[in-house]
Every structure is written in C-alpha cells, then in structure tokens.
Write a protein that binds this ligand. Structure first.
Ligand SMILES: [Zn+2]
Ligand SMILES: [Zn+2]
Length: 182
C-alpha cells in the first residue's frame, strides 16, 4: 500500500538507517586507540604514512655513526715532507667538532666519557690501543682522523718523527725563500 503510493508519486522510500558507528580497536596489539584508517589509530596510521611502518621507532645512532658525521673527508693532501705524502696515503679527514686544550679532536662516546678523536678512529678501524705507545700522525695534522694516517709507535719513534717533520718543514720553507739554493 505504502509502496504503491510512493511509486505513483515518483518518490522512493527513505534509505535504510545506517548501522550505528561502532569504533574498532587499532589492529596493533596492546594499542588502546580506535581505528581511523587502514586498521590503525591516528598515531600508528601517521607513522605508516611517514615511514611506511606503523611500528617505526627511532633507533639511536651508534657512537661510530655519530663520530663519522663530525668528520670532513675532503681535507688537504698531506704536506710535502710528511710520511703521509711520501707514502701517498690520500687526503686528511678533518675532525670538525670539539677540540681539546692541546689541539686534538675530542669525542664523547657516552656522556662524560671523552676520548681523543684520532684515537677513537684508530680503534674503529681495528687498531688496538696500547697505553705504552703513541699514535703518530703521518700527516702531522693533529685534527686528522684518517686511519691511514695514524700509526702506533713508541714514544721515542714519535719524537724522532716529530723532529724529522720539523727539519723537513724548515727545509721546505727555506727552499721556497731561496729557490736557487735547491
Ligand atoms: Zn594504534
Ligand atoms: Zn691526515
């Protein structure tokens, strides 16, 4: 009866009422929130949107990762007269963060645990530090952390090399001043 009257009038019966909205829980177990999209709550959905993973978590960088971010690998080519130059060991990698009172790079492995940057680089590249030995910079650049430019030597050898480096530098400077004397 009703239906026929509607047909005559050209009107359709009102749409079925939609079932009441019942929020579904986020599909991540242990998450107390309700779904907004793709089965996830706003928090997990936005992680999926940004990182492609609803469970994305920031992983803190390792000390080595933090260390190498502070290094400029496009440093100068070692000066003529240095062992690094003679051996063709490539450019210096310059420490570009904090520097200690003696002009060496300083790196904090964990808060309060500071080490010299070149010594940490030596260890990162597989070297084993010996307390009785010194790390010599073959390039004579204290801020360099290129492991190829670092060699562990006896204190005496280190002194001998420092002396040699001074002689070579003086020689190079005097040759620049008096080119004909060469
Ligand atoms: Zn969630
Ligand atoms: Zn160097």
């Amino acid at each position: 009866m009703h239906y026929q009257r509607h047909r005559k009038a050209g009107t359709l019966p009102p749409p079925m009422p939609r079932p009441a909205f019942t929020p579904r829980p986020c599909s991540i177990p242990t998450c107390p929130d309700v779904v907004i999209a793709r089965g996830w709550c706003p928090h997990h959905y936005s992680k999926w949107r940004t990182y492609g993973d609803p469970l994305w978590m920031r992983i803190p960088p390792t000390p080595a990762e933090r260390f190498w971010r502070k290094v400029d690998k496009s440093g100068p080519v070692p000066a003529i007269g240095t062992l690094a130059h003679e051996r063709g060991l490539g450019r210096c990698w310059i420490w570009a963060a904090s520097i200690d009172g003696r002009g060496y790079g300083q790196f904090s492995i964990t808060p309060g645990h500071n080490v010299r940057a070149h010594r940490f680089s030596f260890e990162l590249s597989g070297g084993v530090l010996d307390d009785d030995l010194h790390i010599d910079h073959l390039c004579v650049v204290p801020l360099c952390v290129n492991p190829d430019h670092l060699e562990q030597v006896t204190p005496l050898e280190n002194q001998r090399r420092a002396h040699r480096a001074r002689v070579m530098t003086t020689l190079a400077e005097s040759m620049q001043r008096h080119p004909s004397a060469a």
